[in-house]
Design a protein around this ligand. Structure first.
Ligand SMILES: *Cc1c(COP(=O)(O)O)cnc(C)c1O
Length: 374
């Protein structure tokens, strides 16, 4: 079966009792047990819920993993995955990590004795050099946010395997439609389902998918124990969103390519960051490890003043945090997604005050370009 078909037909699309072509929202906290010596499949919705299960199985199928887990947000997913580590462990992460992930690693997990070294992961030597005797995991995010830097996934996996380290990747930007890291040897895939999986800017959710049963058992222990589960209504929304993943990704990527090419020609644009442009330094690696480039790009304007004006004047583009929805969003990393990174550190990373990030939606690309032009 081809992937486009798998998105719709993975065994989780028909409700077994009625034949309904949508798994209902099982809005129940608990389940009657007919025989307490032989409890049913579902007991209590923190431990398991049929709507959540349909979504989780779909996620596992799409990432080619053994098990999927739905969490209350992308950050709940990331935090729960990191929670399989223990005091004294050391993590290596990319220096231009998603702001929220940077925040929990530097200000939350440190309180529990878990330390992180941040490196420029586009150079594999940096990863190798950061390994210590207590290093336990390597956390990847590629393309990175907001500068769309590309990390060689298989290259990092090879280093991790040499040193017996767990690899975790935030696969939010590509979605499983364009990039399936478990097939490249990664151990744990994480998503903010709020973005491309949900796709409609109407739900906050997260996902973790594992390859091995051993790691699945650890993640389930955290999911059930910590309890940051996604509710049935939100599971249903994400599950429905996934049905159109392919159509959205394909269209939005085409539009992103068009907008990136247009931006490149503008005299007031100094840099365009999009891995779908052949001059992007990560273009080759991206071609090798993913089947697309996604619908997020960023660019720098000649002056900070112009960046601020664009955000004031756009009419079609929403000015907001988040990405991956059907509506196009323009965001300002310095004051939004990356505000939690101290300014000097931000500037060093290239997240300057003239940087704008775009998430391209389903509008007519020409209208989106006209809006920017204005
Ligand atoms: C949005 C986002 C997150 C956090 O997800 P939430 O659903 O907002 O908690 C993590 N990583 C990336 C790359 C994101 O874009």
């Amino acid at each position: 079966m081809k992937y486009g078909t798998l998105i719709l037909h993975n065994g989780n699309e028909i409700e077994p009792h009625t034949g309904a072509l949508s798994i209902p929202i099982y809005q129940a906290s608990t389940f009657h047990q007919h025989d307490i010596d032989h409890p049913g499949k579902y007991e209590y919705s923190r431990s398991g819920n049929p709507t959540r299960e349909a979504l989780e199985r779909t996620l596992a199928a799409l990432e080619n993993g053994t098990r999927g887990f739905a969490f209350a947000s992308g950050m709940a997913a990331t935090s729960s995955a990191l929670a399989i580590l223990k005091q004294g462990d050391h993590v290596i992460a990319p220096e231009d990590l998603y702001g929220g992930s940077y925040r929990i690693l530097t200000r939350f997990f440190t309180e529990f004795g878990i330390e992180t070294t941040f490196v420029d992961m586009t150079q594999l030597d940096n990863v190798r050099e950061a390994i210590r005797s207590n290093t336990k995991a390597i956390f990847l995010e590629t393309p990175s946010n907001p500068l769309l830097k590309i990390t060689d996934i298989a290259g990092v996996v090879a280093i991790a395997k040499e040193h017996n380290l767990i690899t975790m990747i935030d696969n939010t930007f590509m979605s499983p439609y364009y990039q399936r890291p478990l097939d490249l040897g990664v151990d744990i895939v994480i998503h903010s389902a709020t973005k491309f999986l949900g796709g409609h800017s109407d739900v906050i959710g997260g996902a973790v998918i594992t390859k091995s049963e051993a790691l699945a058992a650890k993640i389930y222990f955290v999911q059930n124990g910590f309890g940051a589960v996604l509710g049935p209504q939100d599971c249903w929304l994400v599950h429905r969103g996934i049905k159109t993943l392919r159509a959205r990704m394909e269209f939005q990527q085409q539009a992103a390519l068009k907008i990136a090419a247009w931006l490149k020609e503008q005299s007031w644009v100094t840099d365009v960051y999009y891995p779908g442009l052949p001059e992007h330094p990560g273009y080759e690696v991206q071609q090798r490890q993913a089947s697309g480039f996604g619908a997020v790009l960023s660019f720098k304007t000649d002056t900070v003043e112009r960046a601020l004006q664009i955000m004031k004047r756009v009419q079609l583009w929403s000015v907001a945090v988040s990405l991956g929805g059907v509506e196009s969003i323009l965001s300002y990393p310095a004051k939004m997604s990356h505000a939690s990174i101290p300014k000097p550190e931000r500037e060093r990373l290239g997240i300057t005050d003239n940087l704008i990030r775009l998430s391209v939606g389903l509008e007519e690309p020409d209208d989106l370009i006209d809006d920017l032009k204005r």
